[in-house]
Write a protein that binds this ligand. Sequence first.
Ligand SMILES: Cc1cc2nc3c(=O)[nH]c(=O)nc-3n(C[C@H](O)[C@H](O)[C@H](O)COP(=O)(O)OP(=O)(O)OC[C@H]3O[C@@H](n4cnc5c(N)ncnc54)[C@H](O)[C@@H]3O)c2cc1C
Length: 402
Amino acid sequence: MRIAVVGGGAGGMLASIIAARQGAQVVLFEKNEKLGKKIYITGKGRCNLTNLCSPDEFLKNVISNPKFLFSAIHKFTSQDCFDFFENLGLPLIVERGNRVFPASQKSSDVTKALSLEMKHLGVEVRLESEVSAIVKTVEGFNLKVNDEKLNFHKVIVSTGGLSYPSTGSTGDGMKFAKTLGHKLIETKQALVQLLTEEDVSSLEGLSLKNVALTALSNGKKVSSEFGEMLFTRNGLSGPIAITTSSRINRLYNVRLSLDLKPALDEQTLDARLLREFKDAQNCKLQNVMYKLMPSRLVDFVLKSAKLDGDKAVNIVSREERMQLLSTLKGLKFRLKKLGSFDEAVVTSGGVSVSDLKPTMESRLHEGLYFVGETVDVDALTGGFNLQIAFSTAFAAAMDATK
Ligand SMILES: Cc1cc2nc3c(=O)[nH]c(=O)nc-3n(C[C@H](O)[C@H](O)[C@H](O)COP(=O)(O)OP(=O)(O)OC[C@H]3O[C@@H](n4cnc5c(N)ncnc54)[C@H](O)[C@@H]3O)c2cc1C
């Protein structure tokens, strides 16, 4: 059986190994000059390749279509993935939040381990080979690769999503799927910064710990995240902002509210303000504020609360104190848009799961599979997205060779 794997990223490499181990003759096409360009930049160069948690816990971290992934995640679990890489001779370590990394802390070692096994199994790797069309034939599929036309019995499409197109992921799999009659779910950037209408450029680079970000769509609370955040030149980033992006990327009229003091309820915070004001009767309001937050934030907060920082604390009215309190408990931002695909960690949307079986085989064309980010599945950070690519690739390769 001749199987073509289109795309030499995380999903494609694993699919080629599993299919070859099952005895198939596998040819992998990669348009770049090397394999795994995206793996190289994952986990800030360290590659958080999976999350060592139970399948149930895993699926709670999946944003789009967790139910569809149930079968694939159970067939090739995070533990299976861990064992798979260790058996390839890649020692792994587990860090905070069950995040798994190569012990060497080098993402390139993940690609190296996969490539070596592919070589060992005789997978034919064709680099600089861009597949530009997949056509259904009586016997299987015909692939247009550069100037050649090649026939295969089965095809596994693992061309990735649209994010970080410089790594080669330019949505080609979705185009193939569409041409072959599949439904596509509109793509959206996920795990990306939130660009605000408000000018936050003065705060660029400021990171905050232990804050809470709440998102509202048409006035209704849709997400709330607690942890670290980072201001960028034109928006909000860092863990809680990018998690929020995945939860709101299909919603309209999104407003954000940043609680700078989530550990204190309003009453306790007011008592704290009164205490600070009492201790600094003749000081300017802004000088008291420095005790409550990073200095770079003071002007921004005062402006948002419409308060004069030069005002002496002893003449701040109750109403003004309440204004300050509500700003500290909810600094408001209006979402302008999401950061672009160039900087989005993953793509939400893609080939509709309604056109796929849990084995990742197309319901329209027997022998055609879509895996990884080409499919309308995406998850939060923590190793979940690579594991989705691995699990869906495993499911496809096992089914294609059965
Ligand atoms: C900066 C960054 C950091 C990340 N960090 C992590 C992390 O630490 N942990 C985690 O779980 N996830 C992480 N992710 C997400 C994760 O990398 C992806 O979800 C995962 O790589 C998707 O795998 P894939 O096989 O579907 O696609 P990709 O890895 O994108 O691979 C697709 C491959 O197909 C090739 N290709 C495309 N079109 C064609 C064509 N027509 N012909 C031939 N070849 C083609 C591409 O060149 C590419 O090599 C990160 C993403 C980014 C951008």
